[in-house]
Design a protein around this ligand. Structure first.
Ligand SMILES: Cc1cc2nc3c(=O)[nH]c(=O)nc-3n(C[C@H](O)[C@H](O)[C@H](O)COP(=O)(O)OP(=O)(O)OC[C@H]3O[C@@H](n4cnc5c(N)ncnc54)[C@H](O)[C@@H]3O)c2cc1C
Length: 441
């Protein structure tokens, strides 16, 4: 399995590099315009590579399951953020180098009306990119609503790519050759096609495969479980620990769906799925008002966070609402009659906010399951673990062959960072821990 994942990672990485480098090398084939100085040619190469990387961002976020599976969606989004900074850096370096060498191409004409279109599109493209990055990096400080930010992110990316291509074609230097121009214009159409795929074709598919809410359950910790049943189709099969994108009160064409882990057993034969949602913002606070019978749309399953080898001890570490994928794993293993050893370390602020605690106690009879509750704000008289889940808690509750267990972590970012550090100190190999981050952006 691991070898298969490694191979898939290697193949997709090569394809990614090919998509960026091949069009660049294609520019050097065939008839070439007379060479200019090195700095100019170098800056142009940076511009072309930056644009190719920007275009491929549409592929990274197009939710192609086969591409994202070997890494997990959170890793792909992390890469998307990092690589876009690099791409924007390359694109911005292009005019900066030309300014630094006082390139004659940057000489301003006497009248604004005489500024060539190629140059105007360059300003539009770079301006959109800079705005896009500022809004992505400082969305919270700018107090932008997620939905509004998401929409503007897509629009700005589209403007940046289209204007960048018009700049290249308008300037004409390398793209005078019709073959090369066709290649680059074709590639731009392909990038925009990726966006259409996720925003148009996928929603069309979802529209034909709706779900109906059959039950709304209030849970501990200001949390609600939605039970959803496929309507007129068989639904999809998911692996315990995976997640889907939920659209409520809107058609699947709405730009922003919300990601939630499946909390139910993956063994439900009738396609039923459950999501357990904590009130943490404007969308999630309204989930409790959902009524049975309501139509919803689900896009899934996604993610690489799922149970591992049956003979290994599985250590599930959940913080707050990070319990949902663990619950799916536990319920699934119970339904399968699987007796692998399981330890759940479940951290929360209060005892009262521990979602699923009664069911976890009941499930102990069907599984080889030990549950350790860790409260950061314990009630008086609490005799269990308190504080944070850390290396000491591991040492107190796990058999000492720490490096041989498989660890599954889901919770707030600070907790996940601390646990990953603790596991590193305990010499647990990286391949033994698996995580799902609830913050894509
Ligand atoms: C893979 C994954 C699985 C998740 N599983 C669960 C779960 O099982 N139960 C649960 O309660 N929560 C889960 N979450 C978190 C949940 O998606 C967010 O809490 C929810 O989308 C917040 O929306 P809001 O409008 O209520 O809050 P807001 O206040 O609008 O947003 C709070 C923060 O959540 C993030 N966010 C908001 N909307 C989205 C979106 N559409 N897509 C991605 N991130 C967004 C942003 O960082 C935002 O700053 C999961 C998140 C991810 C990434």
């Amino acid at each position: 399995m691991q070898y298969r994942d490694l191979m898939r990672k290697a193949i997709w990485s090569v394809i990614y590099l090919l998509f960026i480098l091949a069009p660049l090398f294609a520019l050097l084939a065939g008839n070439l315009p007379p060479a200019r100085n090195f700095a100019t040619e170098f800056s142009v190469a940076l511009g072309y590579s930056g644009l190719a990387m920007m275009g491929l961002q549409f592929g990274l976020t197009a939710r192609f399951r086969h591409v994202t599976e070997p890494w997990g969606e959170d890793v792909i989004y992390h890469f998307h953020r990092r690589i876009s900074l690099m791409a924007v850096g390359l694109v911005v370096a292009h005019p900066l180098i030309l300014i630094a060498i006082r390139s004659p191409q940057l000489a301003l004409p006497d009248s604004v009306r005489d500024i060539p279109w190629g140059a105007r599109f360059a300003v539009l493209s770079i301006g959109s990119l800079i705005l896009l990055v500022v809004m992505a990096l400082w969305r919270k400080q700018l107090k932008l609503r997620y939905e509004l930010w998401h929409l503007s992110h897509i629009v700005l990316a589209l403007i940046a790519i289209a204007a960048g291509m018009l700049h290249m074609v308008g300037w004409g230097f390398y793209l005078v050759d019709p073959l090369k121009r066709t290649l680059w214009v074709g590639m731009t159409i392909f990038w925009i096609g990726l966006l259409l795929y996720v925003r148009l074709f996928k929603p069309l598919f979802m529209l034909r495969r709706p779900y109906r809410v059959t039950e709304v359950r209030a849970e501990h910790g200001d949390t609600t479980t939605l039970v959803m049943q496929p309507e007129g189709h068989a639904g999809f099969r998911f692996k315990p620990g995976q997640f889907g994108w939920l659209t409520l009160w809107a058609s699947p064409f709405r730009i922003t769906g919300h990601p939630f882990s499946f909390s139910s057993s993956a063994e439900a034969a009738d396609g039923r799925v459950e999501m357990t949602i904590r009130n943490l913002g404007d969308f999630t606070s309204a989930v409790r008002t959902v009524t049975a019978g309501q139509r919803v749309y689900l896009d899934g399953p996604y993610g690489a966070f799922t149970i591992g080898h049956p003979t290994d001890m599985h250590v599930l570490i959940a913080g707050g609402i990070g319990i949902t994928p663990m619950m799916s794993m536990i319920r699934t293993l119970a339904d399968r009659g699987d007796r692998r050893p399981l330890v759940l370390l479940y951290g929360s602020k209060h005892w009262e906010s521990m979602t699923f605690r009664e069911e976890l106690e009941a499930l102990k009879t069907r599984l080889d399951l030990k549950v350790v509750y860790v409260l950061s704000d314990p009630p008086e008289g609490w005799s269990g673990e308190s504080g944070r889940i850390n290396a000491e808690v591991f040492r107190r509750h796990l058999p000492p062959e720490y490096a041989e267990h498989e660890y599954f972590i889901c919770g707030p970012d600070v907790m996940m960072d601390a646990i990953e550090t603790a596991l590193g100190e305990m010499k647990v190999p990286l391949a033994r821990y698996h995580s799902e981050r609830y913050s894509f952006v």
